[in-house]
Design a protein around this ligand. Structure first.
Ligand SMILES: [Zn+2]
Length: 89
């Protein structure tokens, strides 16, 4: 499958996507994923390759968000994902 339409591709910086529909497989390669802890606001870049290896390509981003655990305060609830588009040629 090629890149999906309909996931807010337009403005730069952070994006709202339908994270219950987008999986690690369908998310275009030029997006990087950040996770943010709701409790302590720690923000960290998720390595897509690591996540894919651990969870598989068909994990939706919504499921991924539920599995996140903050490395600083161990909070597991309400953690957020953000997508950032890398510059393309
Ligand atoms: Zn935290």
């Amino acid at each position: 499958m090629k890149h999906r339409r309909g996931i807010g591709l337009a403005p730069p910086d952070h994006h709202a996507v339908e994270i219950d529909k987008v999986t690690l497989r369908t998310l275009p390669q030029w997006f990087v994923i950040y996770a943010r802890c709701r409790a302590c606001r720690r923000q960290t870049l998720l390595e897509r390759r690591d996540v894919t290896r651990r969870c598989g390509q068909d994990l939706s981003l919504a499921e991924l968000a539920k599995r996140l655990k903050c490395q600083r305060c161990d909070n597991r609830s309400g953690n957020l994902l953000f997508l950032q588009m890398l510059p393309r040629d």
